[in-house]
Design a protein around this ligand. Structure first.
Ligand code: SF4
Length: 185
């Protein structure tokens, strides 16, 4: 797996101050994608133990709330193969820090159903994620005032509760708009 970048103090992709990893490779090809160079699985540099260790170290300070995983597409099967054991390591090292993951795949229709993304690693990878922001970027629904997502079709999902109950549980962050709760849903 290749990656395009690591941010050690990211406040845009999840709550609090976070460490973020941007992986390469994406087969969605959304119109007006903010990062089309990351569609190429060979873009950037190889993600090795060195980067894993750097991220584990960067997550250590108490003010770091957690880890965010972005793309490209983390749920392309070849990326899941590398990310699943890494997320396991993060959760074992820092059980109190949260993991956010952004995916263009829909949780119920694709990650939990037969699709080109679903593979032998998918269920385990999902088990390490606290918040999943799902759905492709839709330029017709783009809204710069949305918090933590690019278009209003994307959902900020509380994953453990959703997997436990079988019903989609949206995060309270899904209701936030310009930093305030929406008046009408
Ligand atoms: S899923 Fe994300 S990285 Fe992939 S094409 Fe869509 S916006 Fe771009």
């Amino acid at each position: 797996m290749n990656y395009s970048g690591i941010k050690t103090h990211d406040v845009a992709n999840g709550t609090g101050v976070r460490v973020s990893l941007f992986v390469s490779g994406c087969t969605h090809h959304c119109k007006d994608c903010f990062n089309p160079e990351t569609w190429d699985f060979n873009y950037g540099n190889e993600f090795t133990k060195k980067q894993e260790n750097e991220i584990i170290e960067a997550l250590a300070p108490s003010y770091i709330k957690g880890f965010s995983l972005l793309g490209g597409e983390p749920f392309e099967p070849s990326n899941q193969k590398v990310l699943t054991p890494f997320l396991k390591r993060i959760k074992e090292t820092y059980p109190d820090k949260t993991v956010w993951c952004y995916s263009g795949y829909l949780l119920d229709e694709e990650l939990l159903s037969e699709s080109r993304a679903r593979c032998e690693f998918t269920d385990e990878m999902l088990s390490y994620i606290d918040i999943l922001v799902d759905g492709e970027f839709n330029r017709d629904l783009k809204d710069l005032n949305l918090k933590f997502r690019g278009s209003s079709n994307q959902r900020i999902i509380e994953l453990p509760e959703t997997l436990k109950t079988g019903e989609i549980h949206l995060s309270e962050e899904n209701m936030k708009y310009l930093g305030k709760a929406r008046q009408n849903g």
